[in-house]
Design a binder for this molecule. Structure first.
Ligand SMILES: Nc1ncnc2c1ncn2[C@@H]1O[C@H](COP(=O)(O)OP(=O)(O)O)[C@@H](O)[C@H]1O
Ligand SMILES: [Mg+2]
Length: 248
């Protein structure tokens, strides 16, 4: 497997709080990495550090061998890293099509407005938003806003895509649809890091699971193996679950 993203001993502080702490992690081409951990574990911060929203206080981030630790967000995006936001934030008054096209222009995925609009049309089709292409983004349901987030990310033509709780708030049918979409995106050659609360989803789609707890990476590996580890079950599911699982 080819190394795509590498974090070496990365720490990010907010005042006295260590949001992530000494995290080292490799993501390889073709993986779907499930990034899990309780609220406040540092999952979104990790994405923010990789995408240049927040700088690491310590440690290095490499993408395809290049040091991007101090690179600004637009450069990181143009190198091929995209992300969705946990709190969906489309440009509310712009149309669905314009939102997606903006993603294409931001990361240099398209070099003209016409090309960006054309790419946006194809992506809207792909994520099931073709019928609302001309509608203002703020008229969409939550499930469709989540799809719009995904389309904006894909418009950047990423090699690596972070999905931050794209299934939160969706009903079971919408989640199944979203999962099918994630699998299609992965099959098209995009490596994915998926932050997700629903264990069922993480277990069904991830090729590897990484667990953060209090900013530290406490376990990683093949999904079945990771969930059986008692300390993961404790951190993530609570002590009673851990006891019920009889983890080792
Ligand atoms: N911009 C910020 N300023 C101050 N504290 C922050 C900021 N972003 C995150 N934190 C804190 O860092 C910790 C990790 O947060 P976060 O990365 O959002 O966790 P998760 O996504 O795993 O729920 C939390 O204690 C959170 O309050
Ligand atoms: Mg988060």
């Amino acid at each position: 497997m080819t190394g795509l993203l590498k974090l070496v001993d990365v720490t990010r502080l907010f005042g006295g709080l260590r949001a992530i702490q000494g995290v080292s992690l490799d993501v390889h081409e073709g993986e779907i990495v499930g990034l899990i951990g309780p609220n406040g574990a540092g999952k979104t911060t990790l994405i923010n550090v990789v995408t240049g929203v927040h700088r690491a206080n310590h440690g290095q981030v490499y993408f395809r061998g290049a040091d991007i630790t101090r690179a600004p967000p637009h450069r990181i995006a143009s190198l091929g890293i995209a992300r969705t936001f946990q709190i969906v934030q489309p440009f509310p008054k712009m149309t669905v099509g314009e939102n997606i096209a903006a993603g294409a222009l931001f990361a240099g995925g398209a070099d003209s407005v016409a090309a960006a609009t054309e790419a946006a049309r194809e992506l809207a089709e792909r994520v099931g938003l073709a019928d609302v292409f001309g509608a203002p983004a703020n008229t969409l349901t939550l499930a469709r806003r989540k799809r719009l987030e995904l389309a904006k990310g894909l418009a950047m033509r990423p090699k690596l895509l972070f999905l931050d709780e794209v299934n939160a708030g969706l009903n079971p049918v919408e989640i199944d649809d979203a999962l099918a979409l994630i699998r299609t995106v992965a099959a098209s050659g995009v490596t994915i890091v998926l932050v997700e609360h629903l264990m069922k989803v993480v277990m069904s789609v991830s090729t590897r699971i990484v667990v953060l707890h209090h900013g530290q990476l406490i376990a990683e590996g093949e999904p079945q193996k990771v969930v059986r580890e008692a300390r993961v079950a404790e951190a993530y599911l609570g002590k009673r679950y851990a006891a019920a699982l009889g983890g080792n």
